[in-house]
Design a protein around this ligand. Structure first.
Ligand code: FES
Length: 101
């Protein structure tokens, strides 16, 4: 699946991934602002992204644990996801994610 990131420096980076989490793909490719400090267990929020509104049907909504974590983040909004919780699959193809501040 092709996944596009827009960083806070306004770079647009499109990556192709086949498996694993979106966070891991971003970290492996040095996407600025995606740190993945907790290793993908939904407890750090350093992988916070805002999904493009039109792409919410691709990602689905956050789980309860993920929502609880996002509530602690002042920059979270209704399009927020922790991208370690986004599993790469064909369903995600074409998704656009803005890296959260
Ligand atoms: Fe820590 Fe996603 S990598 S919450």
């Amino acid at each position: 699946a092709k996944i596009t990131f827009i960083t806070s420096a306004n770079e647009t980076i499109t990556l192709e991934g086949t498996e694993g989490s979106v966070m891991a793909l971003a970290v492996e490719n040095g996407v600025r602002g995606i740190d993945g400090d907790c290793g993908g267990v939904c407890s750090c929020a350093t992988c916070h992204v805002h999904v493009a509104p039109d792409d919410m049907d691709k990602t689905g909504v956050a789980s309860e644990i993920e929502s609880d974590m996002l509530e602690l983040d002042d920059n979270a909004d209704e399009y927020s996801r922790l991208c370690c919780q986004l599993e790469i699959s064909d369903a995600l193809d074409g998704v656009v994610l803005t890296v959260a501040k």
